[in-house]
Design a protein around this ligand. Structure first.
Ligand SMILES: [Zn+2]
Length: 284
């Protein structure tokens, strides 16, 4: 029964398909669910190819529009491969990916510039030594929840509780600025899937495909919650069942951090700015 959710990471588990073979995975578990972590980082060539595959899938599934979104991977030689700025994720080629150091400086005579959200990716790698892949997209239903001030933090779907715990919404930050890495640090330290208020999703894993699958689960959860809200109230899982589900995680070898569920519709917001200073009264 548990293997319906995840392949185990133990020695008896069937081997997951190689990441580059994701589209034609050899085992049912690898085809539909997160692949077992291997602890092995990708070679640069493979990372470039998989990033292109994931970008195309993000565009096909409407997780990005125009040139939205960015994807990166930490490779086996310590370099970071990231998507270029200003390119549709549907039209990327492996040679268009940018190899950069941790300051965002291109390492290979690149003519294109790396994604403008590069610093958000670096912040994730700084906070999470276990992570080697970052996917940022603009999934519309999950973004709509943030616009409406509605939570995605309720524990309602069993397999999502096991895989991701709750999905928090980080406070609004102006895209492409230093505010974005600043607001995501606390969240990504404690979970693998975060929504940025009014902006998009951030999902991470040690595997590129697993980081992408977490995006699929995040948006799928938002779509289910939207339909449940249209039909009536959302019935949350009881706390004891949530605890039982979370207790299953070690059985599947899941060590990534998850956060507790919340029940209200509060969305974290930036502190209110100080009131404007009044102009001094003119002298009488
Ligand atoms: Zn974005």
């Amino acid at each position: 029964m548990p293997s319906l959710f995840f392949p185990s990471r133990d020695a008896a588990a069937p081997a997951a398909a190689p990441a580059s073979q994701e589209g034609k995975a050899a085992t049912p578990a690898a085809a539909g669910y997160f692949a077992a972590a291997t602890g092995k980082r990708l070679a640069e060539k493979e990372a470039r190819e998989i990033i292109c595959d994931i970008g195309r899938r993000c565009w096909e599934k409407n997780y990005v529009a125009a040139t939205d979104g960015n994807i990166s991977a930490l490779c086996d030689d310590g370099g970071i491969i990231i998507t270029p700025s200003g390119v549709s994720k549907a039209r990327m080629k492996p040679e268009m990916m940018i190899r950069v150091d941790r300051r965002g400086q291109p390492l290979g005579g690149e003519t294109r510039t790396p994604s403008t959200e590069f610093r958000m990716h670096v912040a994730v790698y700084e906070e999470r030594p276990d992570v080697a892949a970052v996917v940022h997209a603009h999934p519309p239903t999950a973004i709509a929840f943030t616009l409406a001030g509605l939570t995605l933090c309720q524990c309602v779907i069993p397999e999502v509780v096991v895989q991701l715990g709750a999905i928090p919404i980080a406070p609004y930050a102006t895209p492409t600025t230093e505010e974005v890495p600043a607001v995501i640090r606390d969240f990504i330290r404690t979970c693998d899937a975060v929504m940025l208020d009014r902006h998009g999703s951030l999902t991470v894993d040690e595997s590129l495909w697993n980081a992408y699958y977490k995006l699929e689960k995040l948006e799928h959860t938002a779509e289910i919650l939207l339909k449940a809200r249209l039909l009536g109230r959302v019935r949350e899982l009881p706390a004891d069942e949530v605890n039982r589900l979370l207790a299953l995680r070690p059985k599947f070898g899941l060590k990534n951090p998850v956060i507790a569920c919340c029940t209200d519709d509060h969305v974290a917001r930036r502190p209110a700015p100080p009131p404007p200073r009044r102009a001094p009264a003119p002298h009488a």
